[in-house]
Design a protein around this ligand. Structure first.
Ligand SMILES: *Cc1c(COP(=O)(O)O)cnc(C)c1O
Length: 381
């Protein structure tokens, strides 16, 4: 059922792997579309939130996603080299020396200042090919973009540009994860004020987009002409305060297998620093994944894993490549038994959101932290 990723080889695959359910991605895209009723830009930055950049983009493209979004030009180039033809917006700030790369690879540029507009124009003119741009308005992140209250001349310069095709205008929400935050509607108002400048100068309004996952979940007013969901596309909620207003299915599971079994005597300590002491004779299994894979060390003596449908505690510090689970005095498990770190087993499940809470971080960091040492295997699609 599971097809092998590029990491598999004749020696067989590492027992630790990420399973990505491409059908869950399609389901989430459909559910988001039905919920918002406007075009969707699927965000696939940071290796598609750990799910694998190219396979995810291919799946979304096959489902007719309207647009893709990445953070860096290198991610966009990787997609083009893989044959992805869907429009791609690079969301990050641009560096002058890289601008020509956008145009050569047919990537849409985020223009976040008048200077950057001039850089895009110069690169387009020297290549003899127009640049497709989206203007970035800062409405409260103070990250990149021209402040909404001083965007008039910026908008006018973009409208007048001979070498830039003005496709979109956008901003980014700082607090939309929380349905109770008043910041989102303030940001929307600032964005709409900036967009009103088009009418004042008699120019056609480009595509307006504002909503990230939080906006998609909680703020219909922010949907405008297109939405930019990232984490909900993968079936994960952005924040514990988020309302699950859409039926989402987690697309990623992280699984491993027992590599060692032993009995540990009462009073013996487990792992570096001897921070965990067996309170009684107990049975311990070793699992071959660690912080060197991006499995957070913060889960030391805090995290959990599923074995035989039972939820078991991680004991002692997580090592670079291994950690230990306590089966208890009567627990049993054998070498090669499946261990689920994120995902379902029997009637139990551990969500990326649970792992994030226990590790003291957000699910974004858990997912994007899972690195390329772990092979990805894909099903469905
Ligand atoms: C990452 C990002 C998104 C997607 O954010 P989620 O919270 O994952 O939905 C949307 N827009 C911009 C500009 C981003 O950087």
């Amino acid at each position: 059922m599971w097809s092998n990723s590029a990491m598999s080889d004749a020696l067989g695959q590492r027992p630790t792997r990420i399973r990505v359910d491409l059908d869950a991605l399609s389901h989430n895209l459909r559910a988001i579309r039905a919920h918002v009723g406007v075009p969707v830009m699927g965000i696939v930055k940071a290796n598609a939130y750990g799910h694998g950049l190219v396979p995810v983009a291919r799946q979304l493209e096959a489902q007719g996603v309207d647009q893709l979004g990445v953070a860096f030009v290198e991610e966009g180039i990787a997609l083009r080299k893989a044959g992805i033809a869907t429009p791609i917006l690079v969301l990050g700030g641009i560096f002058g020396p890289q601008v020509a790369q956008f145009i050569v690879h047919g990537l849409e540029i985020t223009v976040s200042s008048l200077d950057k507009l001039r850089q895009a124009e110069a690169a387009a003119e020297s290549l003899g090919r127009k640049a497709v741009i989206h203007l970035k308005i800062d409405t409260g992140m103070e990250r990149i973009g021209v402040h909404g209250y001083s965007a008039g001349p910026f908008i006018e310069a973009a409208v007048a540009s001979q070498w830039c095709v003005l496709k979109g205008i956008y901003s980014h929400l700082a607090c939309a994860d929380d349905p109770a935050s008043p910041m989102t509607l303030q940001q929307l108002e600032r964005f709409e004020d900036a967009c009103a400048h088009f009418a004042r100068i008699g120019a056609p309004l480009p595509l307006r987009h504002l909503a990230n996952s939080g906006g998609v979940l909680h703020f219909p007013q922010t949907w405008l002409d297109m939405v930019r969901p990232g984490i909900v596309l993968y079936g994960v909620l952005p924040d514990p305060a988020s309302r699950p207003s859409i039926d989402l299915r987690p697309a990623l599971s992280l699984v491993s297998q027992v590599v060692y079994f032993k009995v540990v005597r009462a009073g013996s300590t487990v792992s570096y620093g001897a921070t965990w002491t067996a309170p009684h004779d107990t049975r311990i299994v070793t699992i071959p994944i660690g912080y060197g894979d991006g499995f957070p060390r913060a889960l030391s003596s805090r995290g959990q894993a599923l074995v035989h449908g039972r939820r078991l505690p991680i004991v002692g510090r997580i090592c670079m490549d291994q950690f230990m689970l306590d089966l208890g005095p009567d627990g049993s498990a054998y070498n090669e038994d499946e261990v689920v770190l994120i995902g379902a087993q029997g009637s139990e499940s551990i969500r990326a959101e649970d792992v994030a809470r226990l590790a003291g971080t957000i699910p974004y960091e858990i997912l994007t932290g899972l690195n390329e040492r772990i092979p990805r295997v894909y099903s469905g699609g």
